[in-house]
Design a binder for this molecule. Structure first.
Ligand SMILES: *Cc1c(COP(=O)(O)O)cnc(C)c1O
Length: 375
Protein backbone atom coordinates (compact mmCIF):
# COMPACT_ATOMS: atom_id res chain seq x y z
CA UNK A 1 0.00 0.00 0.00
CA UNK A 2 1.53 3.27 -1.06
CA UNK A 3 1.91 6.03 1.54
CA UNK A 4 -0.02 8.44 -0.65
CA UNK A 5 -3.31 6.52 -0.52
CA UNK A 6 -5.71 8.59 1.53
CA UNK A 7 -7.60 6.99 4.39
CA UNK A 8 -11.35 6.62 3.97
CA UNK A 9 -12.98 7.45 7.30
CA UNK A 10 -15.99 5.42 8.42
CA UNK A 11 -17.96 8.66 8.61
CA UNK A 12 -17.59 12.26 7.52
CA UNK A 13 -20.50 14.71 7.89
CA UNK A 14 -21.52 17.42 5.43
CA UNK A 15 -21.58 20.91 6.95
CA UNK A 16 -21.60 23.02 3.83
CA UNK A 17 -25.08 24.55 4.04
CA UNK A 18 -26.10 27.41 6.36
CA UNK A 19 -24.23 25.94 9.34
CA UNK A 20 -21.47 28.55 9.32
CA UNK A 21 -23.85 31.45 8.88
CA UNK A 22 -26.07 30.29 11.75
CA UNK A 23 -23.07 29.81 14.03
CA UNK A 24 -21.81 33.30 13.21
CA UNK A 25 -25.22 34.60 14.16
CA UNK A 26 -24.89 32.93 17.58
CA UNK A 27 -21.52 34.57 18.16
CA UNK A 28 -22.61 37.99 16.94
CA UNK A 29 -25.79 38.04 18.99
CA UNK A 30 -24.15 36.50 22.04
CA UNK A 31 -26.75 33.73 22.22
CA UNK A 32 -24.71 30.63 22.92
CA UNK A 33 -26.50 28.97 25.85
CA UNK A 34 -29.68 26.91 25.80
CA UNK A 35 -31.68 30.14 26.15
CA UNK A 36 -30.96 31.09 22.53
CA UNK A 37 -33.61 31.25 19.81
CA UNK A 38 -32.28 28.42 17.62
CA UNK A 39 -33.12 25.89 20.35
CA UNK A 40 -36.83 26.70 20.25
CA UNK A 41 -36.78 26.88 16.45
CA UNK A 42 -35.06 23.50 16.14
CA UNK A 43 -37.50 21.90 18.60
CA UNK A 44 -40.51 23.30 16.78
CA UNK A 45 -39.32 22.38 13.31
CA UNK A 46 -38.27 18.91 14.32
CA UNK A 47 -41.57 18.14 16.05
CA UNK A 48 -43.53 19.59 13.15
CA UNK A 49 -41.68 17.45 10.63
CA UNK A 50 -42.78 14.39 12.64
CA UNK A 51 -46.29 15.70 13.08
CA UNK A 52 -45.83 15.68 16.85
CA UNK A 53 -46.80 18.46 19.22
CA UNK A 54 -43.63 18.70 21.29
CA UNK A 55 -39.89 18.55 20.76
CA UNK A 56 -37.47 18.74 23.69
CA UNK A 57 -33.86 19.26 22.63
CA UNK A 58 -31.22 17.67 24.83
CA UNK A 59 -27.43 17.33 24.89
CA UNK A 60 -27.23 13.88 23.26
CA UNK A 61 -29.25 10.83 22.28
CA UNK A 62 -28.29 8.84 25.37
CA UNK A 63 -29.56 11.66 27.59
CA UNK A 64 -32.80 11.65 25.60
CA UNK A 65 -33.26 7.99 26.58
CA UNK A 66 -32.42 8.73 30.25
CA UNK A 67 -35.02 11.48 30.33
CA UNK A 68 -37.61 9.40 28.48
CA UNK A 69 -37.31 6.53 30.96
CA UNK A 70 -37.48 8.95 33.88
CA UNK A 71 -40.39 10.88 32.39
CA UNK A 72 -42.41 7.65 32.32
CA UNK A 73 -41.56 7.12 36.02
CA UNK A 74 -39.97 3.76 35.28
CA UNK A 75 -38.08 2.65 38.38
CA UNK A 76 -37.25 -0.09 40.85
CA UNK A 77 -39.14 -3.31 40.23
CA UNK A 78 -40.12 -2.38 36.68
CA UNK A 79 -39.10 -4.21 33.54
CA UNK A 80 -38.54 -2.80 30.07
CA UNK A 81 -38.49 -5.04 27.01
CA UNK A 82 -35.87 -4.08 24.41
CA UNK A 83 -33.69 -5.64 21.73
CA UNK A 84 -30.45 -7.23 22.88
CA UNK A 85 -28.83 -5.95 19.69
CA UNK A 86 -28.62 -2.22 20.36
CA UNK A 87 -26.41 0.49 21.82
CA UNK A 88 -25.62 0.45 25.55
CA UNK A 89 -27.50 3.76 26.04
CA UNK A 90 -30.83 1.90 25.93
CA UNK A 91 -29.96 -0.53 28.70
CA UNK A 92 -28.05 2.11 30.67
CA UNK A 93 -31.13 4.33 30.88
CA UNK A 94 -33.20 1.45 32.24
CA UNK A 95 -30.56 0.14 34.66
CA UNK A 96 -29.79 3.61 36.04
CA UNK A 97 -33.49 4.12 36.69
CA UNK A 98 -33.30 1.03 38.90
CA UNK A 99 -35.37 -1.04 36.47
CA UNK A 100 -34.54 -4.26 34.67
CA UNK A 101 -33.86 -4.59 30.95
CA UNK A 102 -35.47 -7.67 29.41
CA UNK A 103 -34.12 -8.55 25.99
CA UNK A 104 -35.41 -10.15 22.82
CA UNK A 105 -33.34 -11.42 19.92
CA UNK A 106 -33.09 -9.90 16.43
CA UNK A 107 -34.46 -11.00 13.08
CA UNK A 108 -31.64 -12.48 11.02
CA UNK A 109 -32.47 -10.45 7.91
CA UNK A 110 -33.36 -6.95 9.20
CA UNK A 111 -31.19 -7.12 12.37
CA UNK A 112 -34.10 -5.41 14.12
CA UNK A 113 -35.80 -6.79 17.22
CA UNK A 114 -37.89 -9.88 16.56
CA UNK A 115 -41.27 -8.52 17.60
CA UNK A 116 -42.80 -12.01 17.74
CA UNK A 117 -40.72 -12.60 20.88
CA UNK A 118 -42.06 -9.63 22.83
CA UNK A 119 -45.28 -11.07 24.18
CA UNK A 120 -43.62 -14.07 25.83
CA UNK A 121 -41.38 -11.69 27.80
CA UNK A 122 -44.22 -9.74 29.38
CA UNK A 123 -44.67 -10.15 33.14
CA UNK A 124 -46.68 -8.30 35.77
CA UNK A 125 -43.67 -6.01 36.17
CA UNK A 126 -43.37 -4.99 32.52
CA UNK A 127 -43.81 -1.24 32.22
CA UNK A 128 -42.63 -0.40 28.72
CA UNK A 129 -41.33 -1.59 25.39
CA UNK A 130 -38.28 0.18 24.03
CA UNK A 131 -37.98 -0.28 20.26
CA UNK A 132 -34.84 0.70 18.37
CA UNK A 133 -34.74 1.11 14.59
CA UNK A 134 -31.44 -0.48 13.66
CA UNK A 135 -29.00 0.59 10.91
CA UNK A 136 -31.62 1.89 8.47
CA UNK A 137 -34.67 -0.35 8.55
CA UNK A 138 -37.54 0.25 10.95
CA UNK A 139 -38.86 -2.20 13.51
CA UNK A 140 -42.12 -3.87 12.44
CA UNK A 141 -44.23 -1.39 14.43
CA UNK A 142 -47.80 -2.63 13.98
CA UNK A 143 -47.47 -5.75 16.17
CA UNK A 144 -45.60 -3.66 18.76
CA UNK A 145 -48.35 -1.05 18.89
CA UNK A 146 -50.95 -3.80 19.28
CA UNK A 147 -49.07 -5.46 22.13
CA UNK A 148 -48.48 -2.13 23.89
CA UNK A 149 -52.18 -1.32 23.67
CA UNK A 150 -53.30 -4.80 24.72
CA UNK A 151 -51.13 -4.85 27.86
CA UNK A 152 -51.23 -1.12 28.64
CA UNK A 153 -47.48 -0.69 28.18
CA UNK A 154 -45.67 2.55 27.43
CA UNK A 155 -43.72 2.72 24.18
CA UNK A 156 -40.31 4.35 23.91
CA UNK A 157 -39.04 4.61 20.36
CA UNK A 158 -35.34 5.13 19.80
CA UNK A 159 -35.17 6.66 16.34
CA UNK A 160 -31.53 7.80 16.60
CA UNK A 161 -30.69 6.00 13.35
CA UNK A 162 -33.91 6.74 11.52
CA UNK A 163 -34.26 10.48 10.79
CA UNK A 164 -36.42 10.71 7.69
CA UNK A 165 -37.23 6.98 7.64
CA UNK A 166 -40.86 5.86 7.55
CA UNK A 167 -42.76 2.71 8.51
CA UNK A 168 -45.67 2.14 6.12
CA UNK A 169 -45.53 5.83 5.25
CA UNK A 170 -45.49 7.15 8.83
CA UNK A 171 -42.23 8.74 9.96
CA UNK A 172 -40.10 6.91 12.49
CA UNK A 173 -40.00 8.91 15.69
CA UNK A 174 -43.74 9.50 15.61
CA UNK A 175 -44.78 6.16 17.12
CA UNK A 176 -43.58 6.29 20.70
CA UNK A 177 -45.29 7.80 23.73
CA UNK A 178 -41.83 9.29 23.78
CA UNK A 179 -39.49 9.00 20.82
CA UNK A 180 -35.82 9.86 20.96
CA UNK A 181 -33.18 11.00 18.47
CA UNK A 182 -29.44 11.58 18.42
CA UNK A 183 -27.56 14.17 16.39
CA UNK A 184 -24.11 12.71 16.75
CA UNK A 185 -22.01 13.37 13.59
CA UNK A 186 -22.65 9.93 12.13
CA UNK A 187 -26.44 10.35 12.25
CA UNK A 188 -28.42 11.60 9.27
CA UNK A 189 -28.36 15.11 10.67
CA UNK A 190 -25.91 16.33 13.24
CA UNK A 191 -25.39 19.02 15.85
CA UNK A 192 -21.96 17.70 16.92
CA UNK A 193 -23.48 16.27 20.07
CA UNK A 194 -27.21 16.50 20.55
CA UNK A 195 -30.50 14.75 20.98
CA UNK A 196 -34.25 15.25 20.95
CA UNK A 197 -37.31 13.83 22.63
CA UNK A 198 -40.59 14.11 20.76
CA UNK A 199 -44.05 13.40 22.04
CA UNK A 200 -47.69 14.25 21.58
CA UNK A 201 -48.38 14.09 25.30
CA UNK A 202 -48.32 17.50 26.99
CA UNK A 203 -47.64 16.11 30.44
CA UNK A 204 -44.75 13.91 29.27
CA UNK A 205 -43.35 16.89 27.37
CA UNK A 206 -43.49 19.10 30.43
CA UNK A 207 -41.94 16.40 32.59
CA UNK A 208 -39.14 15.79 30.07
CA UNK A 209 -38.44 19.54 30.00
CA UNK A 210 -38.27 19.67 33.75
CA UNK A 211 -35.97 16.63 33.95
CA UNK A 212 -33.73 18.24 31.34
CA UNK A 213 -33.41 21.34 33.46
CA UNK A 214 -32.61 20.00 36.96
CA UNK A 215 -36.30 20.02 37.86
CA UNK A 216 -36.18 23.72 38.64
CA UNK A 217 -39.68 24.89 39.45
CA UNK A 218 -41.18 28.03 37.94
CA UNK A 219 -42.71 29.29 41.16
CA UNK A 220 -39.73 28.44 43.41
CA UNK A 221 -36.70 28.09 41.20
CA UNK A 222 -34.23 26.60 43.68
CA UNK A 223 -36.66 24.35 45.51
CA UNK A 224 -36.73 20.82 44.08
CA UNK A 225 -39.38 18.15 44.39
CA UNK A 226 -37.47 15.67 42.22
CA UNK A 227 -34.04 14.81 40.80
CA UNK A 228 -33.31 16.09 37.34
CA UNK A 229 -30.20 16.60 35.26
CA UNK A 230 -28.69 19.36 33.19
CA UNK A 231 -29.29 17.87 29.73
CA UNK A 232 -29.77 21.17 27.93
CA UNK A 233 -28.78 21.71 24.29
CA UNK A 234 -26.89 24.90 23.49
CA UNK A 235 -27.92 27.46 20.91
CA UNK A 236 -24.70 26.63 19.02
CA UNK A 237 -25.79 23.02 18.64
CA UNK A 238 -29.34 23.99 17.68
CA UNK A 239 -27.95 26.44 15.08
CA UNK A 240 -26.33 23.46 13.37
CA UNK A 241 -29.52 21.46 13.75
CA UNK A 242 -31.64 24.10 12.02
CA UNK A 243 -29.15 24.25 9.13
CA UNK A 244 -28.98 20.47 8.84
CA UNK A 245 -32.75 20.06 8.87
CA UNK A 246 -32.99 22.15 5.73
CA UNK A 247 -31.19 19.33 3.98
CA UNK A 248 -32.67 16.22 5.55
CA UNK A 249 -34.42 15.09 2.39
CA UNK A 250 -31.27 15.53 0.33
CA UNK A 251 -29.24 13.66 2.97
CA UNK A 252 -31.67 10.75 2.99
CA UNK A 253 -31.45 10.53 -0.79
CA UNK A 254 -27.67 10.64 -0.58
CA UNK A 255 -27.62 7.82 1.98
CA UNK A 256 -29.94 5.75 -0.17
CA UNK A 257 -27.70 6.38 -3.17
CA UNK A 258 -24.64 5.19 -1.24
CA UNK A 259 -26.60 2.10 -0.16
CA UNK A 260 -27.71 1.39 -3.72
CA UNK A 261 -24.17 1.73 -5.09
CA UNK A 262 -22.70 -0.59 -2.45
CA UNK A 263 -25.50 -3.09 -3.09
CA UNK A 264 -24.82 -3.02 -6.82
CA UNK A 265 -21.07 -3.39 -6.46
CA UNK A 266 -21.21 -6.09 -3.78
CA UNK A 267 -24.06 -8.13 -5.20
CA UNK A 268 -22.91 -11.68 -5.84
CA UNK A 269 -19.76 -11.37 -3.73
CA UNK A 270 -19.53 -14.72 -2.00
CA UNK A 271 -19.41 -14.79 1.76
CA UNK A 272 -21.23 -11.49 2.34
CA UNK A 273 -24.70 -10.97 3.70
CA UNK A 274 -25.85 -7.49 2.59
CA UNK A 275 -28.47 -5.25 4.21
CA UNK A 276 -31.99 -5.75 2.86
CA UNK A 277 -32.88 -3.18 0.21
CA UNK A 278 -36.43 -3.10 1.54
CA UNK A 279 -39.02 -4.90 3.59
CA UNK A 280 -42.81 -5.05 3.33
CA UNK A 281 -43.03 -1.79 5.24
CA UNK A 282 -39.98 0.32 4.37
CA UNK A 283 -37.09 0.98 2.05
CA UNK A 284 -33.67 0.92 3.65
CA UNK A 285 -32.33 4.36 4.57
CA UNK A 286 -28.80 2.94 5.19
CA UNK A 287 -27.87 4.81 8.32
CA UNK A 288 -24.81 2.61 7.97
CA UNK A 289 -24.01 -0.04 5.40
CA UNK A 290 -23.62 -3.20 7.46
CA UNK A 291 -22.14 -6.47 6.28
CA UNK A 292 -22.34 -9.88 7.93
CA UNK A 293 -19.75 -12.50 7.06
CA UNK A 294 -21.37 -15.78 6.16
CA UNK A 295 -20.46 -19.05 7.84
CA UNK A 296 -18.19 -20.08 4.95
CA UNK A 297 -15.81 -17.14 5.53
CA UNK A 298 -12.98 -18.58 7.66
CA UNK A 299 -12.49 -15.42 9.75
CA UNK A 300 -14.67 -13.09 11.79
CA UNK A 301 -15.55 -9.39 11.62
CA UNK A 302 -12.55 -8.41 13.73
CA UNK A 303 -10.17 -9.92 11.19
CA UNK A 304 -12.02 -8.35 8.24
CA UNK A 305 -11.81 -4.94 9.91
CA UNK A 306 -8.11 -5.46 10.60
CA UNK A 307 -7.48 -6.25 6.95
CA UNK A 308 -9.46 -3.21 5.81
CA UNK A 309 -7.59 -0.98 8.27
CA UNK A 310 -4.30 -1.98 6.62
CA UNK A 311 -5.78 -0.62 3.39
CA UNK A 312 -6.77 2.55 5.28
CA UNK A 313 -10.47 1.88 5.19
CA UNK A 314 -12.38 2.80 8.32
CA UNK A 315 -14.95 0.40 9.75
CA UNK A 316 -16.91 -0.16 12.96
CA UNK A 317 -17.97 -3.41 14.54
CA UNK A 318 -21.68 -4.15 14.99
CA UNK A 319 -23.27 -3.60 18.40
CA UNK A 320 -22.37 -6.09 21.11
CA UNK A 321 -25.52 -7.71 22.55
CA UNK A 322 -26.82 -6.36 25.84
CA UNK A 323 -27.08 -9.85 27.35
CA UNK A 324 -23.35 -10.38 26.76
CA UNK A 325 -22.19 -7.11 28.30
CA UNK A 326 -19.67 -7.63 31.11
CA UNK A 327 -21.05 -4.60 32.95
CA UNK A 328 -24.45 -6.30 33.18
CA UNK A 329 -23.09 -9.79 33.84
CA UNK A 330 -21.34 -8.32 36.88
CA UNK A 331 -24.74 -7.20 38.15
CA UNK A 332 -26.04 -10.74 37.81
CA UNK A 333 -28.22 -9.84 34.83
CA UNK A 334 -28.86 -12.18 31.89
CA UNK A 335 -27.37 -15.30 33.50
CA UNK A 336 -28.88 -17.85 31.13
CA UNK A 337 -29.93 -15.56 28.32
CA UNK A 338 -29.38 -16.62 24.75
CA UNK A 339 -30.06 -14.60 21.60
CA UNK A 340 -28.40 -16.60 18.82
CA UNK A 341 -28.99 -14.07 16.05
CA UNK A 342 -27.61 -11.12 18.04
CA UNK A 343 -24.64 -13.25 19.09
CA UNK A 344 -23.89 -14.23 15.50
CA UNK A 345 -24.20 -10.80 13.89
CA UNK A 346 -22.17 -9.19 16.69
CA UNK A 347 -19.27 -11.49 15.83
CA UNK A 348 -19.70 -11.60 12.06
CA UNK A 349 -20.94 -8.06 11.38
CA UNK A 350 -19.28 -4.71 10.78
CA UNK A 351 -20.00 -1.61 8.75
CA UNK A 352 -18.08 0.16 6.04
CA UNK A 353 -17.72 3.90 5.27
CA UNK A 354 -21.11 5.45 4.55
CA UNK A 355 -20.91 9.08 5.68
CA UNK A 356 -22.60 11.80 3.68
CA UNK A 357 -19.31 13.09 2.31
CA UNK A 358 -18.36 9.71 0.78
CA UNK A 359 -17.47 9.95 -2.93
CA UNK A 360 -18.13 7.52 -5.79
CA UNK A 361 -14.41 6.92 -6.07
CA UNK A 362 -14.24 5.96 -2.40
CA UNK A 363 -17.23 3.63 -2.74
CA UNK A 364 -15.46 1.80 -5.56
CA UNK A 365 -12.22 1.54 -3.62
CA UNK A 366 -14.02 0.15 -0.56
CA UNK A 367 -15.79 -2.54 -2.58
CA UNK A 368 -12.69 -3.53 -4.57
CA UNK A 369 -10.69 -3.81 -1.35
CA UNK A 370 -13.43 -5.87 0.27
CA UNK A 371 -13.38 -8.33 -2.59
CA UNK A 372 -9.61 -8.68 -2.27
CA UNK A 373 -9.58 -9.25 1.48
CA UNK A 374 -12.30 -11.89 1.21
CA UNK A 375 -10.13 -13.97 -1.09
C1 LIG B 1 -26.31 7.01 18.43
C2 LIG B 1 -27.36 6.28 19.14
C3 LIG B 1 -27.75 6.61 20.45
C4 LIG B 1 -26.95 7.52 21.34
O1 LIG B 1 -26.85 8.79 20.91
P1 LIG B 1 -25.66 9.74 21.46
O2 LIG B 1 -26.08 11.06 20.92
O3 LIG B 1 -24.39 9.24 20.88
O4 LIG B 1 -25.70 9.68 22.94
C5 LIG B 1 -28.82 5.98 21.02
N1 LIG B 1 -29.49 5.03 20.34
C6 LIG B 1 -29.12 4.64 19.10
C7 LIG B 1 -29.91 3.59 18.43
C8 LIG B 1 -28.04 5.24 18.47
O5 LIG B 1 -27.67 4.85 17.25
Amino acid sequence: MSESVKPIPVNEPLLDGSEKQHLIECIETGWISSEGPFVRQFEEQFAKMLDRRFGIAVCNGSAALDAAVAALRIGAGDEVIMPSFTIISCAAAVVRAGAKPVVVDSCSDTWNMDVTQIESKITSRTKAILVVHIYGLPVDMEPVLDIAAKYGLALIEDAAEAHGQAYKGQLCGSFGDLSTFSFYPNKHITTGEGGMIVTNDGRLAERSRSLRNLCFQTHQRFVHEEWGWNLRMTNLQAALGVAQMERLEEFVQRKRHIGARYTELLKGVEGLELPLVKTEYAENIYWVFGLVLKEEVPFDAKEAMRRLAIEKIGTRPFFWPMHEQPVMKKMGLFDNESCPVAERIARRGFYIPSGLALTEEQIVRVTETLKTILN
